[in-house]
Write a protein that binds this ligand. Sequence first.
Ligand SMILES: [Zn+2]
Length: 69
Amino acid sequence: MTVGDGREYFVSTPAPAAKRYICPGCGASLAVGQTQVTAWEADSLLGGEAALEFRRHWHLACWRSFAAG
Ligand SMILES: [Zn+2]
C-alpha cells in the first residue's frame, strides 16, 4: 500500500506483539500482546529482503495515522 509519505509499504495483518518493540510512530514501546502491525518498504533501495530485515512494528492506531498522512 502507498501511505502518507508517498512510499509503498508491505503491511502485515494486525496481530499481538510477540515481544517488546519501539513504535516508530510515537516512540513508545509496544507491550507484549498489544495489537501491532508490521510494515516495511516495498521499494527499498536495499532490495526487498534487506527491507524485510528493517521491518518496523507499529501500534495499530499509529500506523493508521501514518498511513493516512
Ligand atoms: Zn505508537
